[in-house]
Design a protein around this ligand. Structure first.
Ligand code: ZN
Length: 306
């Protein structure tokens, strides 16, 4: 806990949404209203860290000293502060990033030690939605993002759940529903039939030869997509029993898809669970593309013990 005189201005928070394709950096005193923001393509680690540091030095010159840093990174990453390699990116196909000690290198580039909170990008987005978005005030939240991959985060009474590492909800195993459509697409190199392999954006594109946004709303692609995603929602319901399932990411935005998922989940649930009405149980996030950076700013605030 950092103590400040009551009359002082609120602390300046710094945050990074460290994606595999782009980095977003921001500073704020109120996480929901960034004062300054920048985004650039993710390069090699050294170059990327140098750009981050340059932005924060510039932001600091304008808005004063930075008090803490929140990071939501692409994974896998070592989130456990007790681990010797805490703050490191683990084995990743992303060139140059495997075992890169991101937190240590950022502190070095910023020229000082400061309180840091380190999470996955998906967990950061889940936290952003929980504090300022569609999951505000909800006790138990399962957040899924369906886009280039499928990821997920779980919040219990406002706290992110980590498990031994972090949830990999995209790799829940699902039955093969492709066969009924004369298809057999899956894009995960590790599993025969997982959610990400069957229902991510690249799976849709490979299966139907067109990206999701090019497929009309009445295309059979969406019936199949809804069936896979409803299975993911059903498995999360069985394993975790949330109050709310939030479906983020580009694919979820497809017009009519969420209604199809709700109908299919209702059918699959078979009356076994006492679930809220589907329109309240399965929802779209409300912060859109800002969820990750807002969540990373929330992490920075929490790193101060606030
Ligand atoms: Zn998989």
């Amino acid at each position: 806990m950092i103590s400040r005189p009551a009359h002082s201005s609120p602390p300046l928070l710094a945050a990074i949404e460290a994606g595999g394709t782009k980095y977003v950096c921001a500073v704020a005193t109120d996480p929901s209203q960034p004062l300054l923001e920048t985004r650039f393509p993710t390069g090699d680690p050294q170059e990327t860290v140098a750009r981050v540091a340059a932005f924060f030095h510039e932001a600091s010159a304008l808005h004063g000293p930075i008090h803490s840093l929140g990071i939501g990174t692409f994974g896998p990453a070592r989130l456990d502060p007790a681990a010797p390699d805490y703050g490191t990116i683990l084995t990743t196909p992303k060139e140059g990033w495997s075992h890169f000690p991101l937190v240590t290198e950022l502190k070095k580039a910023l020229g000082r030690d400061l309180p840091v909170a380190f999470e996955t990008d998906v967990n950061a987005a889940a936290l952003g939605e929980a504090r300022y978005g569609a999951a505000r005030g909800v006790r138990r939240v399962a957040y899924l993002t369906i886009g280039t991959g499928i990821g997920g985060g779980l919040l219990d009474d406002g706290r992110l759940l980590h498990g031994r590492m972090h949830p990999e909800i995209g790799h829940l195993i699902v039955p093969d529903l492709d066969a009924a459509y004369g298809k057999g697409t899956q894009v995960c190199p590790f599993h025969t039939s997982c959610l990400e392999g069957r229902a991510s954006g690249p799976a849709i594109e490979k299966r139907w030869g067109k990206a999701g946004h090019e497929l009309p709303g009445d295309h059979p692609a969406w019936e199949l997509e809804a069936a896979y995603l409803a299975l993911g929602c059903l498995n999360l319901t069985a394993a975790w029993s949330p109050d709310l399932l939030l479906l983020g990411g580009g694919v979820s935005q497809k017009e009519g898809l969420i209604e199809r998922i709700r109908n299919e989940l209702q059918r699959l649930a078979g009356g076994y669970w006492d679930l809220p009405p589907m329109a309240e149980y399965v929802k779209l996030p409300s912060l859109d593309q800002q969820a990750g950076i807002v969540g990373a700013l929330v992490l920075a605030r929490e790193a101060l013990g606030e």
